[in-house]
Design a protein around this ligand. Sequence first.
Ligand SMILES: NC(=O)c1ccc[n+]([C@@H]2O[C@H](COP(=O)([O-])OP(=O)(O)OC[C@H]3O[C@@H](n4cnc5c(N)ncnc54)[C@H](OP(=O)(O)O)[C@@H]3O)[C@@H](O)[C@H]2O)c1
Length: 209
Amino acid sequence: MVTSLPGSTGEQCNTHRFAKMSLSTIQNTTPIVVTGASGYIASWLVRYLLEAGHTVHGTVRDPNCMERVKHLHKIAEGLPGTLRLFAADLLREGSFDDAMQGCEIIMHTASPFLLDGFTDAKEALIRPAVEGTRNILEASNRIPSIRRVVLTSSIAAIYGDTIDARDIPGNLLDETHWKRFDTAGRLFWNMNTQQDYEEAVRIWRTENA
Ligand SMILES: NC(=O)c1ccc[n+]([C@@H]2O[C@H](COP(=O)([O-])OP(=O)(O)OC[C@H]3O[C@@H](n4cnc5c(N)ncnc54)[C@H](OP(=O)(O)O)[C@@H]3O)[C@@H](O)[C@H]2O)c1
């Protein structure tokens, strides 16, 4: 994985080449929503989608905050696709509806990804991740054009310790595996965020089965 933002000249690794190839095979008949568009992963998604000629509905909390979005405008310059930015907050119900209108695919990456600068980790990280994912999924049920929601998860949601891998046949972890212990207060907070985020998806699947 490269750590540079899109727009820099760093050599792209296989992960990026694969992502680029996959995104260019999506039909560009309807706009695609990318939540948290200003973020690291989302900025690469935006770039690849614009390169492939898509219209991207990028959500950010404040489209007028140039410090957060200027790199997106720079990426969009000269690329065949079209970028439209929408204001949306994970904790505001219905916040993503405008961005989703007429779209079939949502790529949901918006999530607080913080290492410090907060006192209450549950409030700063876990609540926005879980309630935000739920809001996105509920909105996707309300908006008839939406066909697919893609969530960015993390290895941290399925793998907490080396013992997890040791006990898996073939040592191969996939989407059927979940981290088996509660790490709250013990490990890096984002692991719990991811786990709760996945829990929101599980609840949504149960409620909509
Ligand atoms: N980076 C990695 O290598 C990696 C690996 C595995 C999984 N992931 C997962 O992928 C997702 C994105 O990661 P990232 O590294 O791209 O994070 P990031 O650079 O911090 O981007 C996350 C974006 O989420 C938005 N956001 C934060 N709080 C929000 C809120 N309350 N409402 C609406 N938007 C909010 C922010 O946009 P604004 O401030 O502009 O609103 C921010 O740009 C996370 O779920 C992360 O756990 C990342």
